[in-house]
Design a binder for this molecule. Structure first.
Ligand code: NI
Length: 175
């Protein structure tokens, strides 16, 4: 396994529409394992392939608490096949938008279908934070970030802040 660099917004690679995998083969499994290791190293709970520069529709999630055993969820070609009528606003963050948080309104429950790490079709219903996390990660596969769900004013404020941080970091490296 390997820890991959995480792409920080704003970046055109985070706006791409990702491509379905033909099957979950060894190459996809390696990508999943690397993504999971990268996510754990950054203390994240979800990561989409686009965030590490891959154009595959692949997501990893682990919502277990630090004191609990790891409980990784591997998804290829995930699709939301049902959403609840009721919505809720919850605070979201993203490894590609470090230290930035905002409330996002989404359906409170969903049903998702995907290929697991063994290329088996799986389906389950999720609610609350798991539903938020799945919707957030699936958005990444279509080039959508959580800031795309909030007001343009607040989105631009966050992206300007990140642009400034990236510029400062690039200058620091150059010195
Ligand atoms: Ni994210």
């Amino acid at each position: 396994m390997a820890i991959l660099p995480i792409i920080i917004a704003p970046d055109v690679r985070l706006k791409a529409i990702c491509k379905p995998v033909d099957a979950v083969d060894d190459a996809v499994r390696t990508l999943m394992d690397d993504m999971l290791e990268t996510m754990y190293a950054s203390h994240g709970i979800g990561l989409a392939a686009a965030q590490v520069g891959s154009d595959k529709r692949v997501v990893v999630i682990d919502m277990s608490k630090p004191e609990e055993p790891a409980d990784p969820l591997y998804m290829a070609n995930p699709e939301i096949i049902w959403v609840s009528d009721d919505d809720a606003a919850r605070e979201e963050g993203c490894l590609s938008l470090p230290e930035q948080y905002s409330e996002v309104v989404r359906p409170t429950a969903i049903r998702v279908r995907y290929l697991d790490r063994d290329n088996e079709i799986r389906e389950f219903e999720a609610e609350d934070y798991m539903a938020v996390c799945i919707q957030h990660e699936l958005d990444h596969l279509d080039g959508v970030l959580f800031v795309d769900h909030i007001s343009a004013l607040r989105r631009n404020m966050i992206l300007r802040k990140l642009t400034k941080i990236k510029k400062l970091e690039a200058e620091a490296v150059a010195v």
